[in-house]
Design a protein around this ligand. Structure first.
Ligand SMILES: NC(=O)c1ccc[n+]([C@@H]2O[C@H](COP(=O)([O-])OP(=O)(O)OC[C@H]3O[C@@H](n4cnc5c(N)ncnc54)[C@H](OP(=O)(O)O)[C@@H]3O)[C@@H](O)[C@H]2O)c1
Length: 345
């Protein structure tokens, strides 16, 4: 097993790429060489890592030939082109885009939920959608406790989920509106400052957005419950970092909110903040920059026999992207799975 890896960040100048750099440093991931990759726009600029300036390059086959691990966050079309090419050069490619997530030959992994599926990887590994990751960490616990029957989730997703230009848009619009001017949307379809938008990604023919469809399909795949009854409404809110979710579950067995609280609190990846008498519940500001999935407002759904309501919050850039990807890489290393370098046909 290699002790240190040559690691490329594809999309190193982006919001997730920057978080990947921080997470690798914070977790002291064993890196022998850090390679920063982005588009021609950023070529010859620099990113900082461990106090050093690293020149940004455009991806090439030659670069991937001299690399062990690629952490990709440069969008779907870039992953589609470079994922298979990087694997062909011998890299393991962990992808944050949605391109390969529903491919039956590509494991879709949240290490706290289905790390064992990494045993059979072919070099390409998919990181789920940011909203899905925090959701399935909680659903897995509830499924083991009492069996999931139906899930209804409404997301409240921060603008950083749409990248660095979206953060700039919220900040610029906020200034404009406070100065008495009109907000001019460019990244989003409608004004985001002092507003919210019930559309993330484009609409499918049945009126669901693709973000909602991702949450539904990816949750089923990760949990290994293809028939799970689950529905989603995804909403963009004027928050910079941190996705929140209102989740209602119908369970096979009757359990009390106290039992749910205890099971969730016993899970290492989850922190329960649930004392409403003291307004102790998680908000995005509490969770930005942190590693747990936070759960609060745990209560009985009084409209259903075995229903439970919860409020789930996590840092979308860490839990929802960078930290999940690095945890996958850590699992590969610790289980000697980096050498599984089968070349794609
Ligand atoms: N933000 C989240 O919470 C989140 C969570 C999960 C997954 N994701 C996914 O992660 C990806 C990146 O998201 P982000 O929020 O980091 O976006 P972002 O801030 O807009 O960054 C995009 C990155 O991709 C690079 N890039 C764009 N076109 C490229 C090309 N042709 N070749 C090489 N690099 C290219 C950009 O480089 P330049 O600087 O040169 O433009 C930049 O580094 C997306 O697929 C997104 O869906 C995001």
């Amino acid at each position: 097993m290699k002790k240190e890896l040559r690691v490329a960040i594809l999309g190193a100048t982006g919001r997730v790429g920057q978080e990947l750099l921080s997470v690798l440093e914070q977790r002291n991931f064993p890196v022998s060489e850090l390679i920063a990759l982005a588009s021609a726009r950023s070529a010859n600029t620099f990113v900082e890592w461990k106090g050093k300036k690293i020149e940004v390059k455009e991806p090439t086959d030659e670069i991937f030939k001299n690399c062990d691990l690629v952490l990709a966050s440069a969008g779907g079309s870039v992953s589609k082109e470079w994922g298979p090419r990087a694997v062909k050069q011998g890299c393991v490619f962990i992808d944050n885009s949605s391109t390969f997530r529903m491919d039956k030959d590509v494991p879709l992994i949240v290490p706290e939920v289905n790390a064992h599926e990494l045993e059979n990887h072919n070099g390409l590994i998919a990181n789920p959608n940011c909203s899905t990751i925090q959701l399935v960490v909680v659903l897995k616990v509830l499924h083991e406790l009492a069996g999931l029957k139906r899930v209804v989730v409404s997301t409240y997703q921060s603008v950083s989920g749409a990248g660095k230009e979206a953060i700039d848009e919220l900040q610029a619009q906020t200034k404009e509106v406070l100065a008495g001017n009109e907000a001019k949307p460019e990244v989003f379809k409608r004004p985001i400052a002092f507003n919210l938008i019930p559309q993330i990604d484009v609409f499918s023919e049945d009126g669901y957005t693709f973000e909602e469809i991702k949450v539904i399909n990816e949750s089923r795949k990760i949990l290994g419950i293809p028939e799970l009854a689950i529905t989603c409404t995804a909403v963009r809110v004027p928050v910079v970092v941190g996705h929140s979710e209102s989740v209602t579950v119908d369970l096979e067995k009757k359990v009390s909110p106290a039992q749910v609280r205890e099971s969730l609190a016993n899970n290492e990846a989850i922190e329960v903040w649930d004392d409403w008498s003291k307004a102790h519940f998680p908000t995005p500001i509490d969770c930005a920059g942190k590693d747990p999935v936070y759960v609060g407002r745990i209560r009985k759904d009084t409209s259903s026999e075995n229903g439970i309501n919860l409020w789930v919050v996590a840092d979308n850039l860490r839990i929802g992207a960078a930290l999940n990807a690095v945890r996958i890489a850590e699992y590969l290393l610790s289980h000697d799975l980096m050498e599984t370098k089968k070349v794609l046909a």
